[in-house]
Design a protein around this ligand. Structure first.
Ligand code: G3P
Length: 238
């Protein structure tokens, strides 16, 4: 089972920033999970919330900032003074580092609030440019995003994210072109998980920070988990 550092090693360093990604690698994570949105000038950047307020010293939406403007924000000081002056990263800057690692990547397209036009094309273009498609999975809560990615690329690993159980999940995933499903940990105890297992659909679980959910994920043979504490999860499964 693969351990993905959720927004990097986000328990120990500011989420979705270079320090969190570097730390994830150092702590032995198998992969990195990160979130992507588009700036006003259409650049894919790594950020979880649509609004910059929670994790930076700015206000307003990512979509209303150019990359240059976003770079003036401090994405570290709210986490701790030690990380003051940490910058928001473009996806390309991340890939420049990631390409030389052996890590896996799970890139979530955050299109559940704003429907960033052509985010799928822009992200796929960069994944091809850095030649990392084989170790990358794209995911999204938005099934229209999943469909668009699949229309653009017939073989990239593609996971639909859900916090709710739905009936006939196997058929739904086929319809949208997802080859895996990423479920909220509470769904480890749902009826839907049986359908997933019976149909041998690869699944990942978020966000697993407790041993009880880790154990359940292992028992059910999850393909991966997303965790804020990759070091602890790795240690346990070893
Ligand atoms: O991709 C797994 C997980 O990150 C999904 O939830 O809210 O952290 O984007 P969230």
């Amino acid at each position: 089972m693969k351990i993905y550092a959720h927004r990097g090693a986000s328990k120990y360093a500011p989420e979705n920033t270079m320090p969190a990604f570097e730390l994830a690698q150092k702590l032995g994570a198998d992969g990195i999970e990160l979130d992507l949105q588009l700036t006003k000038d259409q650049v894919p950047v790594i950020f979880h919330d649509e609004n910059v307020r929670r994790t930076t010293n700015g206000t307003g939406f990512i979509k209303d900032y150019t990359l240059k403007e976003l770079k003036t924000l401090d994405a570290g000081y709210r986490f701790s003074k030690h990380y003051q002056n940490t910058r928001i990263l473009s996806f390309e800057e991340f890939l420049d580092w990631f390409a030389d690692t052996n890590l896996l990547l799970n890139a979530e397209l955050k299109t559940n609030v704003f429907d960033y036009p052509n985010i799928e094309e822009r992200v796929l273009f960069l994944i091809e440019k850095y030649n990392v498609k084989k170790r990358t999975t794209i995911s999204s809560f938005n099934h229209n995003t999943i469909k668009r990615v699949r229309d653009l690329d017939s073989n990239i690993n593609l996971g639909w994210l859900t916090k709710r159980a739905i009936a006939n999940i196997d058929q739904f995933l086929k319809q949208i072109g997802a080859n895996q499903i990423h479920i909220n940990k509470r769904l480890l105890f749902s009826k839907m998980i049986r359908t997933i297992i019976n149909n041998q659909i690869p699944f990942r679980v978020y966000t697993v920070n407790q041993i009880s959910f880790l154990k359940r994920s292992m028992q059910l043979n999850a393909e991966g988990i997303f965790t804020d504490i990759p070091d602890k999860m790795k240690k346990y499964i070893r």
